[in-house]
Design a protein around this ligand. Structure first.
Ligand code: NAP
Length: 506
């Protein structure tokens, strides 16, 4: 082992939070760079992040699997073009095992906060394990807990009054058999449109409470043939060509998302025709007609959503929810819709997803305040006054048109470069300069002004005051370019002799 590696082993503990795509990518990339001194803290007892938590019927990815997977771990035998949740979860299990990451994970550890100590350049990470408060010291602190991890219950009067079964789409209660029941689904987003067709097959009566009609396009899903699987396995270049084809096809959509939303008219044309084709009843069709630019909210793909809504035992309720009662849902027109169960497909706490963590940086700076008030960051990865801390799937890195796994890999590569710089230059810490993050954030916000998300709809990409702290306003290859090199000029590089002090974990 080299002297440098020894320093890493002894003096460079790294804490990663979460074992979703982000945490796993980070761990693998660190290992590939020869850095093995990391611990992953995972609040659950299993890996997988969103692909562990979202087990609702019909859960699948709306990005093709051959692209929604790691470039360093291709899978040749995806069962479908858009694979189901269980297959993606088992792919992640495979990655964790193949790269020997499982033994680096401490399960059942919920991170509650972290504090930076300037003199040693260390983070003290606080977490709860089996009800006990514990701490770990880290030279680098990497947050891989995604924004789509905390379910958002709707702010509806009487939510707690309901006497039947009620659960969020991301916390599906598999003990409840909904067969033959009367069921309400609140929400018509990406989760709901996957759940509704499955419920439609088994329930006696299904009521879909729609606040905003989404754009729905046909999903080019299909079984992957045996020939394709064998070809992808035997001739890797065909697999890469297929992946590249999906990537560039998706990437072309960015022209409408971020260059000129008027280009979305073509997709709207397809969406309107699809609605006309699938829904013949003009009253229902009027209810389902979206009234915002496609892409402003997430564009949905389904071959069975409209087809379920037209069935006689399914109703789309658009009267607006007034309250939840003991027996069901009361709408503003005074009607009480009595149901046995309510599914809350109402999304996630996105804009303030870091607020549950108490993270204190330099001079007592609070991360939650920084993210909700200053709202500045650099590449969605680093934040001034929070040195040696790195966000995965951080602010302004979300997409509407392509695979998040591509963004995650770009981020993980960048974080490895930062850690190598800390090591090779023997820095105590690196802290992004305020001017650099200000310039970067201004540029991102300016570009977002002409994006589809600024075309006038309400979505989880926007905070209450309309600030878009979620979406990346460009092509994904632009993000790749921006993160490809570490520009150390953007960082204060601080050296203190305490660097050589042994870090002891407690
Ligand atoms: P979402 O897109 O935020 O949708 C939430 C739905 O609940 C919306 O229809 C919303 O209506 C409705 N809603 C929220 N509060 C309500 C209230 N108080 N009363 C009535 N309706 C209410 O959440 P999601 O469907 O869980 O999807 C979130 C994100 O997860 C997606 O955008 C996507 O990024 C990801 N996702 C991905 C996949 C995939 O296949 N890769 C699948 C599922 C989810 P409004 O539209 O009026 O706000």
């Amino acid at each position: 082992m080299t002297a440098q590696a020894t320093i890493i082993e002894n003096n460079f503990p790294i804490v990663i939070v979460g074992t979703g795509f982000s945490g796993i990518a980070m761990a693998v990339m660190l290992q590939k760079a020869g850095i093995d001194s990391f611990t992953i803290l995972e609040k659950a007892q299993d890996i997988g992040g969103t692909w562990r938590d979202n087990t609702y019927p019909g859960a699948a990815c709306d990005v093709p699997s051959h692209l929604y997977s790691f470039s360093f771990e291709p899978k040749t035998d995806w069962s479908r073009a858009f694979s189901p949740q269980a297959e993606i979860k088992s792919y992640l299990d495979h990655c964790v095992d193949k790269y020997h990451i499982r033994q680096k994970i401490r399960f059942g550890c919920e991170v509650t906060g972290a504090e930076f100590e300037e003199s040693t350049g260390t983070w003290t990470v606080s977490f709860k394990e089996k009800g006990r408060h514990k701490k770990l010291t880290a030279r680098a602190f990497i947050l891989g807990n995604g924004a789509l991890s905390t379910p958002a219950d709707p702010d509806i009067k009487g939510l707690k009054d309901f006497k039947g079964d009620m659960f969020h789409s991301a916390r599906w209660n598999h003990d409840v058999d909904l067969t033959g029941k009367k069921v309400a689904v609140i929400g018509t987003g990406a989760s709901a449109i996957q759940i509704i067709p499955e419920l439609g097959k088994i329930v006696d009566k299904l009521e879909v409470f729609q606040r905003t009609a989404p754009w729905v396009l046909p999903k080019p899903d299909r079984n992957m043939s045996g020939i394709e699987k064998r070809l992808f396995s035997a001739v890797p270049s065909t697999r890469w060509l297929h992946r590249a084809y999906i990537y560039w096809r998706n990437e072309a959509l960015a022209t409408g998302f971020v260059v000129d939303p008027r280009l979305m008219k073509g997709l709207e044309f397809i969406g309107r025709n699809y609605l006309r084709y699938a829904v013949k009843d003009p009253i229902l069709r009027a209810k389902l007609a979206p009234n915002f630019t496609i892409g402003c909210k997430r564009m949905l793909l389904s071959n069975s959503y409209y087809q379920t809504l037209v069935q006689p035992h399914v109703d789309v309720v658009t009267d607006g929810i007034e309250s939840i009662t003991e027996q069901g849902i009361k709408t503003r027109n005074g009607i009480e819709h009595k149901v046995d169960a309510i599914v809350l497909a109402t999304g996630f706490m996105v804009t303030n997803y870091l607020s549950r963590l108490n993270i204190k940086g330099l001079q007592g700076a609070d991360l939650n305040t920084a993210m909700t008030e200053q709202r500045e960051h650099y590449l969605g990865i680093t934040v001034s006054k929070f040195p040696n801390m790195f966000l995965m799937m951080g602010p302004n890195t979300g997409l509407g048109h392509n695979s998040m796994v591509f963004m995650i890999e770009a981020q993980a590569r960048y974080v490895v470069k930062c850690i190598e710089a800390l090591r090779d230059k023997q820095l105590t810490y690196m802290d992004v300069r305020e001017e650099a993050q200000h310039e970067y954030t201004q540029d991102v916000q300016q570009r977002l002004q002409k994006s589809v998300w600024a075309s006038g709809c309400q979505s989880w990409y926007l905070s209450e005051d309309g600030h878009n702290g979620a979406a990346w306003p460009g092509f994904t290859w632009q993000y790749w370019l921006a993160t490809r090199r570490l520009d150390l000029k953007a960082y204060h590089q601080v050296y203190a002799p305490e660097y050589q002090t042994e870090v002891v974990n407690v």
